[in-house]
Design a protein around this ligand. Structure first.
Ligand SMILES: Nc1ncnc2c1ncn2[C@@H]1O[C@H](COP(=O)(O)OP(=O)(O)OP(=O)(O)O)[C@@H](O)[C@H]1O
Ligand SMILES: [Mg+2]
Length: 243
């Protein structure tokens, strides 16, 4: 069987203690694609990300990335294989400046820079606001800017697969567009992105493929457009009317 060149999650079963959260979840993220996983609060989206990163390893099933088997590896080993995380809630440290966050991202990188790698210069070109505010504390940035900082910190590890856990969370709807430039740049850069979201319209704008996770199982696997146009399905799976 030929290896799938991207991320292949197959039939994973993930638990917290005796709570069986992910019940046979399978997803693919091909290189250079933005794939979204939507789902209500508590559907298991972060648990899926934790399963891929190895912080809550699945008890069964498999996770492969290219020719590497990720399940069973420690999180730092998974990171070395090119997977980086932009965590839910951004995790900006109150006592560190913008620049210090970025230096932290560079220092934790154990990967050799790629030909098309992310350097501090490239980060500042892509997110000029981070260059302007280098000396400020990270927490003084707006929500959208903090999300850019969290993303830039992850990019400086030069990943080939970026896991983003609800980047639009906590942003006022009219502020979500601040993240648009970031998403466009990620798309252009050829990185594979797994975009976990609750905000349908944001995810739909950038995703090439969509899954919906409901109660720990994949309830939709198809095109973002077909999902966005299916009012009944949206209400059933996400409890939202399309915007
Ligand atoms: N550390 C934990 N221990 C026990 N149960 C947990 C733990 N973390 C999450 N859960 C439970 O697992 C289920 C899935 O949670 P998860 O955080 O993956 O959801 P989510 O889809 O990311 O939700 P949200 O959109 O609110 O971030 C929920 O029922 C949650 O209460
Ligand atoms: Mg979550």
């Amino acid at each position: 069987m030929r290896e799938f060149p991207g991320l292949a999650v197959r039939e994973i079963q993930t638990y917290y203690g005796t709570s069986h959260i992910l019940q046979g979840v399978s997803i693919d993220v091909a290189p250079g694609r933005i794939v979204t996983v939507l789902g209500r609060n508590g559907a298991g989206k972060t648990t899926l990300i934790r399963s891929i990163m190895g912080t809550t390893a699945p008890r069964a099933g498999s996770i492969r990335y290219g020719d590497a088997q990720l399940d069973g590896l420690a999180p730092y080993e998974i990171a070395r294989r090119g997977v980086a995380l932009v965590p839910q809630g951004r995790r900006i440290f109150p006592s560190l400046t913008v620049r210090e966050h970025l230096d932290l991202g560079r220092r934790t990188s154990k990967r050799a820079p790629q030909a098309n790698g992310w350097t501090l210069e490239r980060v500042f070109e892509t997110f000029p606001v981070l260059a302007e505010r280098q000396k400020q504390l990270g927490i003084t940035l707006s929500g959208g800017e903090q999300q850019m900082l969290a993303c830039a910190r992850a990019l400086l590890a030069n990943p080939t697969l970026l896991l983003m856990d609800e980047p639009s969370e906590g942003l006022a709807p009219q502020k979500v567009h601040e993240l648009g430039v970031m998403m466009e740049e990620l798309k252009r850069s050829g990185l594979a992105v797994l975009l976990v979201e609750q905000k349908l319209s944001f995810a739909m704008k950038y995703a090439d493929h969509a899954y919906v996770l409901a109660k720990g199982q994949i309830a939709y696997d198809g095109s973002p457009a077909a999902l966005a146009n299916d009012r009944a399905l949206l209400e059933q799976l996400l409890g939202v009317a399309p915007s």
